[in-house]
Design a protein around this ligand. Sequence first.
Ligand code: NAP
Length: 544
Amino acid sequence: MLDAVSPLAATSTEAKLYDALIIGAGFAGMYQLHSLRDRLGISAHVLEAGDGVGGTWYWNRYPGARCDSESHSYCYHFSDELVQGWEWSERYPSQPEILRYLNYAADKLDLKRDITFKARVVSASYDEGENLWHVRTEQGGHYAARFLITAVGCLSSANLPKIDGISDFQGKWYHTGEWPHEGVDFSGKRVGVIGTGSTGIQAIPVVAAAAKHLTVFQRTANYSIPARNAPLTDDFKKYVRENFAEIRDVMRSTVNGHPWRIADRSVFDVSDEERDKIFEMAWEKGGLRLRAEFRDVLTNEEANEVVSAFLKKKIGQIVKDPAKAAILADIDHGFATKRPPIDTGYFETYNRDNVALVNLRAEPIERITATGVKTSKGEYPLDIIVFATGFDAMTGPLFNLNIAGRNGLALRDVWREGPRSYLGLQVVGFPNLFTITGPGSPSVLTNMIVSIEHHVEWITRCMQHVVASNAQTIETTQQAQDAWVTHVNAVADMTLFPSCNSWYLGANVPGKPRVFMPLPGFPDYAQRCSDVESNDYRGFELTR
Ligand code: NAP
């Protein structure tokens, strides 16, 4: 334990004392624990609400749950040993396989002994006199540490819409982000799915195949690209094992942190014929690579319209019923301005006899009744309702912790008008608190693992610097934070992201301020973080 912390143990009531507390045992929290405990050699402990590791992949067990990043990129890259000791089975990893992987990593790194499971954090407050963060759990646990690191993910606070009558419903209802571990039996049931984001688009084909009848309630139509998921070949597995360093370099040098480069050509650099050929090939290959075929898809409105038109046309080619096809292709935003889903048989599902589509733009939901969902045009009888209605993204998981900094300042109040941070890592008034993949950093605009590893490694070196400097606290300055917020807004305004109502902007949660929360562009961001570090942590102040 750090010398400066130990003497305080006596003064710190009955709290269990550590140098660092980490909240959350997903990809981020696990790696942060390993880095602090095994590299920095300080005492670190993780508090986790679930009864196992996994984070997102512990909670999101809905049918069809699978990652959109390709499996060889969606795993820890920091350890060759972990890479070489694991073999993914499919192009995109399923939720159960990712959970097995995280347990494999936790066991290999011997992490579980320093994680308290079933410990849901309900408050975290900074005591200036002691220079300690006091963290309390729903289960009555009390912990304290000099450093506090949130590793709670960006999409872990379920957004359950306030629809009248839900308590009257006699059937069963579930939110995809809090799915029962024992699974849900859809056989013989009339099921309604509300929501057609990435989650709904993954779940709908699987539910349709299992249920007697499925009604999809669509408010906003969405693009989707076939994932073309398939078992990985032995050749590909060998390629990954032998070229991992190179793959890692590509991921760290591209805007979205995926293992492919973005083509350096405009949509308008090629003829219409050539462009169609490129799109068709990308469609056949499947997945998010389509977005990378041209560099201006998210910066030039006309370029975006061309890609969007191609994808809308595909819907009409797949869906046989023209009325359904028209509802599905009536998309009101540009491709990838919202997070682009990828799918396995999504649009094809609407060709099944047992699947109905309700256009909530034409007939909004009025209420949930004892027996189903009532819209302005009629009632849909249901046995099960699945809410695939997303998350209170990025700020929601942090607000749930009830974080209070200097003078009892609540993060919820400080961010009332929207999140403000320096580098997405620290907030003025909250010394020694680090937010992994916090608002103001690339986070959800990347393959999450790239952003997570970058943050964990940066935080670890930063804490090492604090300790080596014999400092008690590190805290960003108001000036640095204000300049960073201006930078994030300026970068977002160079893109088409702010043009639609997405959860990136908080637009999916009624009353949430409309602020673009992540920062586009991983490599530029990483360079700025390195510059800060090599300039004596410019923008941060240390107190001794
Ligand atoms: P989402 O993208 O926010 O989609 C929520 C859906 O629910 C939208 O269609 C939304 O319609 C609808 N909805 C919300 N409230 C509603 C209401 N009151 N009435 C009717 N419809 C309502 O959430 P998500 O699909 O869970 O995805 C969230 C993010 O999680 C993704 O963007 C992605 O980053 C991540 N994710 C990743 C994967 C993966 O890697 N495989 C899978 C799933 C999710 P509106 O658009 O009209 O608001």
